[in-house]
Design a protein around this ligand. Sequence first.
Ligand code: NAD
Ligand code: UD1
Length: 317
Amino acid sequence: MSNYLITGGAGFIGSNLANHLLTNHKVVVIDDLSMGSITNLNNSDKLTFIHGSVTDYDLMDKVLTDYQFDYIYHLAAIASVADSVDRPLATHNVNFSSVLNLIESVKIKQKGIKRLVFASSAAVYGDEPTLPKKEESVIRPLTPYAVDKFAAEKYVLAYNNLYNVPMSAVRFFNVYGPNQNPSSPYSGVISLLVNQFEQHKSGNKADFNIFGDGEQTRDFVYVKDVLNALLLVGTSEQSKGEVYNVGTGRSTTLNTLINTISEILDVELPIIYKEPRIGDITDSLANIDKLKSLNFEAEFDIKAGLTVYLERVKETS
Ligand code: NAD
Ligand code: UD1
């Protein structure tokens, strides 16, 4: 049994990770519940939930003094790119300053740590059009969110190299699955779509706005594959001081995505085509060769991932 700290552990990816680990391990979750929910977490006597902010440095200091962790997954962030454009200072505190504070405290207080894994984003690649993205592709962060993720990622890897505190980073592409919160217009497109499909199915008036012609592509990766990647990166020796793309290596258009959900649910959702979003990138795709060198295989293609996800939605609604 190991001891884990998951910041942002009541959120989408964090709660999926926490629930998976709770079967065999002790997990401390810190979350301010700004986006996450306690109901995402399974009941377990191995879970300690701390309602607080990673920007509360006294709290973070206390947690890192009271517990010794084997693994830390730093997932807490304001994950909305649009929010970072509206509120660069506030989001910088969470998305960058909290990371530097955490790794500095870890360096001093967590002498036995086996790994800290930081959640970065494919947003760091920006709009440079060459695909697929390799870890060493051109980096062109275009928003406060992306700049903060890239800077934080670099700090994490520098701490690994300078101070010999084992740390790694991952760049998520478009993750989807259970517990993704569809409450904001900038929530992940699959969570929004599934929500609208469900509304339509239950007889409520619902449609969906596609920004652009729907031919834009994304590398959608199912959260179970993401957990697998997080555990591989967290435990492998060769991943120390390294950053990894986390995707499937396959891309899907928005139109195909919608048709696939329609097919699985046997429901047609009215679609409205709107002007493209300003700053939207047309295509995104990960090269995952580096992750594959840790024995990663994406188990879920888009159809398989959506099928399990929609099954879960049906069970819980
Ligand atoms: P999420 O919003 O569901 O999870 C983030 C969690 O952090 C939420 O539960 C939120 O309440 C919590 N949080 C926010 N500010 C906090 C603070 N100050 N203190 C403590 N907790 C705080 O998002 P997610 O999709 O699960 O993302 C997890 C991580 O992965 C984030 O760092 C995000 O930037 C990154 N990421 C996600 C995607 C994706 O496709 N979902 C893509 C790229 C990167
Ligand atoms: C996503 C992440 C971002 C991450 C980036 C990395 C989310 C919310 N955002 O951005 O954090 O850094 O991947 O690859 O997970 N769309 C519509 N209609 C809608 C909503 C979206 O047509 O109602 C379109 C968007 O214009 C875009 C596509 O769907 O073309 C995907 O959008 P979204 O899920 O917001 O993700 P990204 O912009 O790729």
